[in-house]
Design a protein around this ligand. Structure first.
Ligand SMILES: Nc1ncnc2c1ncn2[C@@H]1O[C@H](COP(=O)(O)OP(=O)(O)OP(=O)(O)O)[C@@H](O)[C@H]1O
Ligand SMILES: [Mg+2]
Length: 427
């Protein structure tokens, strides 16, 4: 399933700016006619991301290359704050849109000429971030696309996230350790961001690259998901998955997705489960410098089940025992559920959000209804069945309340390498 992306203004004179457009696409990918919509979950001709982009993305600013060069003091190395598969990230300062007022601090991502991630990811990033709006998703301020004397330039301008990424804080020993409370706040926010993508929009969006470096942290350590270059629209109505080439990051991608190329929201749920174990242990999903039995996090933690006495041995020593043991066990059980072999048995992200809220409440008050929590923990599917037994009107009401909660947010607001892991044998 290939989509072809290129820039309309490519051949026009130098330093010309072009808006991200899709010139040619396979109809089956974006026709929208049979897409599953949030509101009806039936064929109701909702629009796809490119159509929504046309309608919504007018707020994005289009920058000239020289504006961004000026903003970063000619992409000064001292202003470089990060580096990924796409290219370097710089801290910069731009003028406000209206020209008046204080300069705005931003993060500017500049594509390397030989970057592993290309135009297609750049366009996807602009289009998805031009459409989505949620307090737990990073805000794209604008972009720059020039095809001129200096070659092809593709840049992205984001709100600046003062505390960089979750990866920095969790694994960089030079930084102060994240407290238990902050860890819980971060996983809840990240889960809310994913739940919004899966269930809170007119189209379903699968993020496909959930990992600690893509969870950015603002000045209050509130998390925001970044990097929509690999995001995909969910399946059409009546279809269970999208067939794709397998892309993502080793250590985070769901095994069923790697094996079949069948992408669903449950692929993101798997990656979320991996990050939950990273948050508990302070270890990366893959660490080659550890003894063999400890290199693969998911295999290692299996030896310390959440119900066992030895469970506490997996906990991050940097927490210095300052955490709720019972909440930690519940997080581990939730992670186990997210990592179930069969994708359909994994919880949905809104179930994960609900569960995390209960665990946080428990962590703070110590008096939730333990019984009701256990049933979900042990079998999310069984619990979904029980919900359905409440009768159509009850479960419908429940779903609508959940959706309207997600809707409120709409109003409001190396592993580092991106890699093609394997070409899936898709028909
Ligand atoms: N908006 C931002 N504000 C502040 N820092 C940022 C911002 N965006 C990215 N960064 C920093 O730049 C780093 C690199 O980000 P980038 O998304 O390019 O690569 P990555 O996520 O590490 O790897 P990959 O290419 O696999 O996604 C991040 O880990 C983060 O520290
Ligand atoms: Mg990233």
């Amino acid at each position: 399933m290939n989509c072809f992306f290129y820039f309309k203004d490519k051949s026009r004179g130098r330093e010309q700016r072009s808006a991200p457009e899709l010139k040619e696409q396979r109809k089956s990918d974006y026709s929208g006619a049979d897409r599953v919509s949030k509101s009806s979950c039936s064929a109701s001709s909702p629009r796809g991301i490119p159509q929504l982009y046309e309608e919504k993305a007018h707020g994005l600013r289009v920058f000239s290359y020289s504006e961004l060069r000026q903003a970063t003091n000619d992409f000064n190395r001292l202003l470089k704050i990060g580096e990924g598969g796409f290219g370097n990230v710089y801290k910069g300062s731009i003028k406000p849109a209206e020209g008046k007022g204080d300069p705005i601090v931003v993060a500017i991502k500049k594509r390397n000429e030989d970057g592993l991630q290309g135009h297609k990811q750049w366009v996807a990033e602009v289009q998805f971030l031009g459409v989505v709006e949620h307090p737990n998703l990073v805000k794209l301020i604008g972009y720059c696309a020039t095809d001129g004397r200096r070659g092809i330039q593709r840049l992205l301008v984001y709100e600046y996230m003062a505390n960089k990424s979750l990866e920095d804080h969790l694994f960089n020993k030079a930084r102060a350790a994240l407290s238990w409370k902050t860890r819980l706040q971060i996983v809840l926010g990240a889960a809310q961001g994913l739940a919004y993508l899966h269930e809170g929009l007119e189209v379903q969006v699968i993020f496909r690259d959930f990992k600690t470096s893509n969870v950015l942290l603002d000045e209050n350590f509130e998390p925001k998901l970044s990097d929509f270059g690999l995001a995909r629209e969910g399946p059409m109505a009546g279809q269970s998955h999208v067939s794709t080439a397998v892309v993502g990051t080793y250590g985070y991608a769901a095994p069923d997705y790697i094996e079949t190329g069948h992408l669903t929201t449950k692929s993101d749920v798997w990656s979320f489960g991996v990050v939950l174990f990273e948050i508990l242990t302070g270890r990366r999903s893959l660490e080659r410098n550890r003894p063999r039995a400890e290199q693969k996090l998911l295999e290692w933690v299996k030896q310390f089940p959440a119900d066992s006495k030895k469970f506490s041995l997996i906990m991050d020593p940097r927490l210095e025992n300052d955490y709720s043991s019972s909440a930690a066990r519940k997080i581990a059980k939730l992670a186990d559920n997210c990592l179930l072999k069969s994708a359909k048995d994994r919880p949905t992200m809104s179930q994960v959000v609900e569960r995390l809220k209960q665990i946080i409440e428990l962590s703070e008050d110590g008096n939730p209804s333990e019984k009701s929590l256990e049933s979900f923990e042990n079998d999310p599917v069984d619990s979904e069945k029980k919900r359905n037994q409440m009768g159509p009107s009850e479960s419908w009401k429940r779903r609508m309340t959940q959706l309207s909660k997600l809707g409120e947010h709409v109003e409001g607001a190396s592993r580092r390498r991106f890699m093609i892991m394997q070409r899936a044998q898709v028909p």
